[in-house]
Design a protein around this ligand. Structure first.
Ligand code: S3P
Length: 449
């Protein structure tokens, strides 16, 4: 299923207990970064477990357009020959990042301190998303940009000829913004400093250290402070991409709401900048055991045994939001199957994801008979108890993979099938979602085939 083709409506209907092993694909955030850092290291970086979803494949194309060699050598296995920090060349074509905010924002940072122009575009979702959050900080390095109103794509970025290092406090909790500034800082002399008031996913920092950059982190009264020394020589690495905890959340949440389910989800990241969903589910009363804690691909992971559970609504603390920012859509599906209210505050960043995720979830849940309250920064779901969600609605996915998968999970325990207008976006992050969920016992169908 490709995210770039005609829409494919899909339905999900109530199924029997889910059982089996859910081996979800590689982590999307780490996959983008493995290609990008490999492209900046001189010599061969070998990657295993790469997520071969549309978003990551678009980043591989972009690295090639900038002069690196990226070759697929097997399933999830890639070889990248990088050009060195400062070694990129001007692409002779527009860089199309498809649906990927992470791809375009990281690459904008990456080229902001290279002395040439790059024009970026993306699909209908990406062209609506704000890019000022990247063009503002990269201007401090000396880059200039010319985009559509509101800094939207298509946009041309002209990299700085003589970049200067930058000290920048991120105005919103965003790993993409933090990473773009650090990537720009790689080709600037001296020390680039990023301060974030709320800690966000730290894969860029971990991987920069792994590729040999000088990078330090400290907690200060102003926030979490990251200091990078520019113009390092990056050493190629063997990168084993761990499984994606955001993808793992879909089978996990499905098993929690389908009566009788009992599944194993191996190798789920317990990185504290990513695991807020699992903390929240346990607070709701989820029967999840965390087995075989270990390190895989530099990340702490555990195998999750997940069994159907009677859940209760909770209030998610706003300071946990960034560690589960991509999981609020599927949490709202779980919340609809819990008893009592689940309150999600401090979530306004959801409004500028692949879609306005507060609006998309609220409208789709309402279409399936669930009561919702929302404001700019809040989503409240009134739980109906497991098996009591009426379903029967058709939900608009707005080119958003996580909205599409969340409503497919909703249908697995709803009284009437849940339909989505388009399942193609699922391929951006979880290309094997249908066979994987089908293998556990879910009943998903494509409606126009
Ligand atoms: C990502 C950061 C998050 C997340 C996205 C992946 C990353 O976005 O939503 O799916 O890989 O850095 P923000 O940085 O905009 O919060």
């Amino acid at each position: 299923m490709s995210g770039h083709g005609d829409p494919i409506p899909m339905s999900s209907r109530a199924c029997g207990p889910l059982s089996g092993v859910a081996e979800v694909p590689g982590d999307k955030s780490i996959s983008h970064r493995a290609l990008i850092f490999g492209a900046m290291a001189v010599g061969e970086t070998r990657i295993t477990g790469l997520l071969e979803g549309d978003d990551v494949l678009d980043t591989a194309k972009a690295m090639r357009a900038l002069g690196a060699t990226c070759t697929r050598t097997g399933e999830g296995e890639w070889s990248v020959h990088g050009v060195g920090v400062g070694g990129f060349s001007e692409p002779d074509q527009v860089i199309d990042c498809g649906n990927s905010g992470t791809g375009v924002r990281l690459i904008m940072g990456l080229v902001a301190t290279s002395p040439f122009a790059v024009t970026f575009t993306g699909d209908g979702s990406l062209r609506k998303r704000p890019m000022g959050r990247i063009t503002d900080p990269v201007a401090l390095f000396g880059a200039t940009s010319y985009g559509r109103s509101g800094g939207r794509l298509p946009l041309t970025l002209v990299g700085a000829e003589d970049p200067v290092p930058v000290e920048y406090t991120t105005p919103m909790p965003s790993a993409q913004v933090k990473s773009a500034v650090l990537l720009a800082g790689l080709n600037a002399p001296g020390k680039t400093v990023v301060v974030e008031k709320e800690k966000t996913r730290d894969h860029t920092e971990r991987m920069l250290a792994g590729f040999g950059a000088e990078i330090t982190t400290e907690d200060t009264p102003e926030g979490h402070k990251i200091t990078l020394t520019g113009q390092p020589e990056l050493t190629p690495q063997d990168v084993a991409v761990p499984r994606d905890p955001s993808s793992a959340a879909f089978p996990t949440c499905a098993a929690l709401i389908v009566p009788g389910s009992d599944i194993l989800v191996p190798g789920v990241s317990q990185n504290t900048t990513r695991n807020g969903i699992y903390t929240t589910l346990v607070e709701m009363g989820a029967d999840i055991t965390f087995e075989n804690a270990r390190i895989e691909g530099g990340e702490p992971v555990a195998d999750l045994r997940v069994r159907f559970s009677e859940l209760k609504g909770v209030e998610v603390p706003p300071e946990r939001a960034s560690s589960m920012i991509d999981e609020f859509p599927v949490l709202s599906v779980v919340a609809a199957n819990a008893t009592g209210k689940t309150v999600m505050r401090g979530v306004k960043e959801l409004r500028v994801k692949e879609s306005d995720r507060i609006d998309a979830m609220a409208r789709g849940l309402e279409a399936c008979g669930v009561t919702i309250e929302e404001d700019e920064d809040t989503l409240i779901v009134h739980g109906m108890g497991a098996g009591n969600v009426p379903g029967g609605g058709t939900c608009a996915t707005h080119l958003d993979h996580r909205i599409a998968m969340s409503f497919m999970v909703l249908g697995m325990s709803a009284q009437k099938p849940v339909r989505i207008d388009d399942g193609t976006p699922i391929a951006t992050s979880f290309p094997v979602f249908e066979p994987l969920m089908g293998g556990l016992g879910a009943k998903l169908t494509r409606d126009n085939s």
